[in-house]
Write a protein that binds this ligand. Sequence first.
Ligand SMILES: [Zn+2]
Length: 132
Amino acid sequence: MYCQNCGTQVAEDTLFCPVCGTQVAESAPIDRQNPDPQAPYNYMSPQNQAAESAATTSMVCGIVGFFIAGVVLGIIAIIQSRKAQKLGYVGGKATAGLVLGIIDIIKGGFVTVIVVLFLILAFSKVSTPYWG
Ligand SMILES: [Zn+2]
């Protein structure tokens, strides 16, 4: 079969494209107990690349979400962070993405509540008759 992202031909039992790290197989079991013994010590497996890229996405979404679309990007940041950790990523980026995602959602949710309250208040001032 071929990688959908970069077109490289990959073996049928391959989970991730060895060139670009894109997942090419759907939800095949990952054998954590038996890492490739032939891989050199500094070799970055496609799984690690996918974990790294998920962690990076998580952190970037977390940072951008602090400024715009906090709730949406915060959720993406948390999902990507969990994905990275599931893939075996251990490092600051996934944690940063998770924490920033939570902050984004709280901050984004807070701003949304303020805006909604403001709109309700503004609307009720216009529509409520004056009784006094
Ligand atoms: Zn590829």
